[in-house]
Design a protein around this ligand. Structure first.
Ligand SMILES: *Cc1c(COP(=O)(O)O)cnc(C)c1O
Length: 372
């Protein structure tokens, strides 16, 4: 039998990507000063429904800037999910603030919003929501809490390009919302990210922080605070603009992939599949995840898929179980049983925009046969 090789993801670069990139080369605009930056920022902000977009080097950097721009620092607490990528937690910790964790919802895998209020103290400055894997966090209760307790909302929408919550786009809720354009996201710039805000002063502050905190006016090379070089290049923005032109198509493809998996895996025993929809949104399947009944079983199935040339990735690992945070004395003896189970028993299968229906059937056949 011929060995298959199905990667978890490959990007879809079939629009104006090449044309716009060639424009960068021919015009000589390759740095962050080039004209595609503004076009991409305005185009994406407009699509999400925000006044301002600030393009940056990656989604993790966008979170660093978000935390600092809201003046969150030493002793401040930020409530966030334990089940997520490390990016938001490291932004909070680097700023000298303290992440305060909540467990996951067992069916959506998003943060369990009913646990938030009990975690609010006089030091709480913000709630940071992370929309996980294709379904949004239940935002209404979070928005209510932010209002009631006068807290900032930071929204990590790195997996949610184009997703909506009750008809309103993810990334339009936060005082600051952030996106990533890593190649496995719904639209990509290779590496890249964007910060979304409505307040123009806050946007200026974010622009300043992405550019070594140079003062926009006054003598160059004199600084009143420290920032980062998180600038995006014109070449990345060129890719981004071309991708943005076909974002609806990308979402359609992702939903189709998700649907095909759902249909082919209906009879699969011993696994929890992603929800197709909730009362407030339809899944956009950033990844197609499966949660096994035990960790051993998850490993066994991942191995079997690997032996058949099919790539998988394990789920995120909880923040309260990260060795680095334990070393720093954070989250000692804290337990979040649902997130722990999802993290240990979960993995995802190929879900990239180039995946063919035949490839999905192959993955499903191998899974269904193995499990029988
Ligand atoms: C991908 C991702 C990030 C990080 O983005 P990078 O561009 O890789 O730095 C942050 N948060 C979430 C939820 C993500 O999925």
């Amino acid at each position: 039998m011929i060995r298959k090789n199905i990667p978890v993801n490959t990007p879809l670069l079939n629009g104006n990507e090449e044309k716009y990139l060639i424009e960068c080369i021919q015009s000589g605009w390759i740095s962050s000063e080039g004209p595609f930056i503004k076009k991409f920022e305005e185009g994406f902000a407009n699509y999400i429904g925000r006044k301002e977009g600030v393009a940056v080097a990656n989604g993790s950097g966008a979170l660093d800037i978000a935390v600092q721009a809201l003046n969150i620092g030493k002793g401040d607490e930020v409530i966030m999910p334990t089940f997520t990528i490390i990016s938001p937690a490291q932004s909070i910790v680097r700023a000298g603030a303290i992440p305060v964790l909540v467990d996951s919802d067992p069916v959506t895998w998003n943060m369990n919003v009913s646990e938030i209020e009990a975690k609010i103290t006089k030091n709480t400055k913000a709630i940071l929501v992370v929309h996980i894997y294709g379904l949004p966090v239940d935002m209404d209760p979070v928005l209510k809490l932010c209002k009631k307790h006068n807290l900032f909302l930071i929204e990590d929408a790195a997996e949610m390009h184009g997703q909506t919550y009750n008809g309103k786009r993810c990334g339009s809720f936060g005082d600051i919302s952030t996106f990533s354009f890593y190649p496995n996201k719904h639209i990509t710039t290779g590496e890249g990210g964007m910060i979304m805000v409505d307040d123009s002063k806050l946007a200026d502050r974010c622009r300043k922080l992405r550019n070594l905190a140079f003062e926009p006016s006054g003598r160059r090379y004199i600084h009143n605070e420290i920032g980062w070089n998180y600038r995006m290049t014109n070449m990345q923005a060129a890719l981004g603009l071309a991708q943005l032109e076909k974002i609806e198509k990308h979402l359609e493809i992702k939903r189709e992939i998700g649907k095909t998996y759902q249909n082919n895996l209906k009879k699969l025993k011993g696994f929890q599949l992603p929800l197709e929809k909730t009362e407030y949104s339809e899944n956009i399947y950033w990844v197609f995840g499966l949660v096994a009944e035990t960790e051993e079983y998850a490993e066994k199935v991942m191995n079997h898929l690997r032996n058949n040339g099919i790539a998988t990735r394990p789920f995120f690992w909880c923040m309260h179980e990260q060795p680095i945070f334990e070393k720093m004395g954070l989250f000692l003896n804290e337990q979040y049983p649902i997130a722990e189970r999802i993290a240990r028993n979960g993995f995802y299968v190929p879900c990239g925009l180039n995946l063919s229906q035949t490839e999905i059937s192959e993955v499903c056949n191998i899974l269904n046969h193995f499990i029988e």
